[in-house]
Design a protein around this ligand. Sequence first.
Ligand code: 5GP
Ligand code: ZN
Length: 115
Amino acid sequence: MTTTEETLASCLFCRIVRKEIPSKIVFENDKIIAFRDISPKAPIHILIVPKEHRAKLSECGPGDAGLLGEITAGVAEVGRQLELDDYRVVVNNGAGAGQVVFHLHFHLMAGRPFS
Ligand code: 5GP
Ligand code: ZN
């Protein structure tokens, strides 16, 4: 296996995308999947994940504008489906910023005040 193939085979969120690991899916289309965070930091905590693997936001280039648009549109769609008026969207980029899973994902959090 090449390094890339190994990454895709073992990556936690790639495995969730392939449904090898169960998750509580709230929205899915051909480009993205959105599921509940296993360790929520707010009453509503959803992860919006592109099906195509990117390790982190800073690895995305101009050619990824479409993919990033699909993710942000997915965030808005989840907000509508869950009938949320207010929510916080967070992307942790890199270990120093708190990123633990190295498959790009946006956090949508709601249901409590944010300062
Ligand atoms: P990060 O810190 O990388 O931005 O966020 C990773 C998030 O993934 C964390 O909030 C963590 O709770 C969540 N997470 C880690 N493992 C799993 C899992 O197996 N299933 C789900 N649904 N979420 C997970
Ligand atoms: Zn992945």
